[in-house]
Design a protein around this ligand. Structure first.
Ligand code: ATP
Length: 357
């Protein structure tokens, strides 16, 4: 059963469409990320689900009930925002107990529920500490404990990790994901960080200018983006303008022809087409190896070697490729070195070019 469904949901501010005709089903127990660049409508969409914003048109159903006009405080959803909005004058336990108090839960039950939640977020020893004396990550956990205290059926997170530094942020991504899976709570999270979405989500909703550009499992979207916009937004990619005649091959900038695997999702020939190949699919070979149909001569112009991984920029006369490899796989790579960059046909994907208007 699908818990949350959005039908043709639109939100206009004046003449502008912040969210434009969005249809979406959020499956039970899953974590779904709304992902997209700044201003694409992620927060507005989340706020409409929360009941903090009313759609200009369209409807929102939850567990079979139309909640489009239902006030936020009657939806019983848990929410965590970027600012966290913890009460600074209260302790950890008082913050977590707050929604239980609002619901007039008996004092003894409140105490046991708070203890249970503090165990869950691994801060049982900090119950009586003022929240102002916690680290960023600890505050984050308290905000989540407070959001799930009254066992909401839906948890809404709006960029909850954006105030944290990179390392803590990555740790919290794993922590929240594990907690969400353990509780099986349906969760929607807004983020503009594609790595975060890839790490945490069961499903990603990629948004572009108020509309849904693509919905799917993280790796499906990564491997099979429907457009240049999605390909560019999800992960690093080499995206090259190519001439395509529909016959299984393309001409690269500079005129060199290479083979690409046929795919049902390839755009029609004659349309404006791009070739996408992910950096990890570009194989760097010694220049002395036999040239082949999909092997392109180039020169290494930049190397980013961070120990565990290595990224090389290769100038192929007419265009540039990024190859992701490891120092172990490609030992001895140096700046200015001539190489062959192999583009395996199966890893070359044709996608429609981004609309330019
Ligand atoms: P960010 O990642 O920067 O938070 P977002 O994808 O969450 O962006 P929204 O905050 O949903 O985007 O905004 C979508 C569009 O709607 C933007 O152009 C924004 O300026 C506009 N918008 C949002 N709220 C309002 C409002 N209350 N009044 C007028 N315009 C608004």
């Amino acid at each position: 059963m699908t818990h949350l469904t959005l039908q043709a949901v639109t939100r206009r501010f004046g003449a502008a469409h912040a969210v434009d005709n969005v249809d979406l089903s959020v499956p039970d127990g899953k974590l779904v990320c709304f992902l997209g660049p700044s201003g694409c409508g992620k927060t507005t969409l989340l706020r409409m689900i929360a009941g903090l914003e009313t759609p200009s048109s369209g409807s929102i159903h939850f567990a079979g009930r139309d909640i489009t006009q239902l006030p936020a405080n009657q939806r019983d959803f848990g929410m965590v925002f970027q600012s966290l909005a913890l009460f600074p004058h209260m302790t950890v336990a008082q913050n977590v107990a707050y929604p239980l108090k609002l619901r007039k839960m008996a004092k003894a039950r409140q105490t046991s529920r708070v203890a249970e939640l503090l165990d869950l977020i691994q801060l049982p020893h900090m119950a009586n500490r003022p929240v102002t004396q916690l680290s960023g990550g600890q505050r984050q956990r308290v905000a989540i404990a407070r959001a799930i205290a009254s066992q909401p059926k839906l948890l809404l997170l709006d960029e909850p990790l954006s105030a944290l530094d990179a390392k803590l942020r990555e740790a919290m991504q794993v922590e929240i994901r594990l907690l969400q899976q353990r509780l099986g709570i349906t969760t929607i999270m807004v983020t503009h960080d594609q790595r975060e979405a890839m790490t945490m989500a069961d499903e990603i909703v990629v948004m572009e200018k108020g509309r849904i550009a693509q919905v799917g499992k993280p790796l499906d979207i990564y491997r099979d983006p429907v457009s240049e916009f999605v390909a560019d937004f999800i992960g690093l990619g080499n995206i090259l303008p190519v001439a395509y005649d529909g016959a299984g091959g393309v001409s690269l900038p500079g005129g060199r022809r290479i083979a690409v695997a046929q795919s049902a999702s390839a755009p029609a020939s004659g349309t404006d087409v791009r070739l996408l190949i992910r950096p990890e699919d570009v194989c760097v070979k010694q220049a002395s190896e036999v040239p082949g149909p999909n092997r392109l001569a180039g020169t290494v112009t930049f190397i980013r070697d961070v120990g565990a991984s290595l990224e090389a920029t290769i100038d192929c006369a007419g265009f540039t490729l990024t190859a992701a490899t490891t120092p172990r796989e490609t030992p001895g790579l140096t700046l200015g070195m001539p190489v062959l960059a192999e583009l395996p046909p199966h890893a070359c994907k044709l996608i429609a070019a981004r609309a330019t208007h």
